[in-house]
Design a protein around this ligand. Sequence first.
Ligand code: NAD
Length: 267
Amino acid sequence: MSDRVFIVTGAAKGIGFSCAQRLVDDGHNVVLADRDSDAGLRAARDLADGTPRAIFVECDVSDPLQVHNLIAETLGAYGRIDGLVNNAGIAIKGGALDMSVEDFDRNLSVNLRGAFLVSKAVVKHMVKEIEERADRSRLTDRPYAIVNMSSINDTVAIPDYLAYTVSKGGLLQMTRAMSLELAPYGIRVNAIGPGSIKTDMLASVNADPAAMEKVLSRTPLGRPGLPDEIASVAAFLLGEDSSYITGQCIYVDGGRLAMNYTMPKPD
Ligand code: NAD
């Protein structure tokens, strides 16, 4: 068991839930934050299993007041914050020709502004704690880390998910800029770029064999990824095994970004 405390946003289901589960399994305390309170409460209850290891806080990450409350609840429950997974995200369909300005703003407000708001609140607390410490030379005694859930779409674009693509491109650059700003404090900031992962976000693909075939035609490993294959990388980036990695994005994409051709149709 550890006394470390991590916040995971968008943790009620999918990749966020798997990240929370992995961190609890590794012996840490986890605050599951999500705007879906029914699913979030259920998820935290399942993970805690009668222990104080996991709690749920209702939070829409795009709302500064709710983010403020998330930090207050976390500190009230555990008294510390060691790391954050900015995972909450939505994908609204539409391109330049058909997307409303409202939908564009909404997608960016969750995926990019949300990650900014939660990171800002968390690092403010971390830096305060670091500056209060008498011996700054022992920074690595308490490794702080942030992981942003980006996407392969921070690099390759999907035309009919314009705002989503823009949000992930922005998140990658936010990862890099914040990693430089926070390096003097020993706070590491990295990202994960998933390919196609079996969650509700991929529901339309999971239910449509032709769409799945299209996804697999550009996936060298020949299958969609599983949420726990993302969670293991999040646990690595939050932990001491990645102590010299900052400002990076690890692509967990079954080989997708390495290829510049389509796979032959399987027999
Ligand atoms: P999901 O839809 O299964 O789960 C997303 C969770 O985020 C839900 O619990 C939802 O309630 C929560 N959420 C949405 N808006 C929120 C808000 N404003 N505030 C707080 N919580 C909010 O999605 P997923 O597939 O698990 O995706 C998680 C992250 O991974 C997203 O950032 C997504 O862009 C990224 N990603 C997913 C895939 C994939 O193939 N599934 C690929 C690349 C990147």
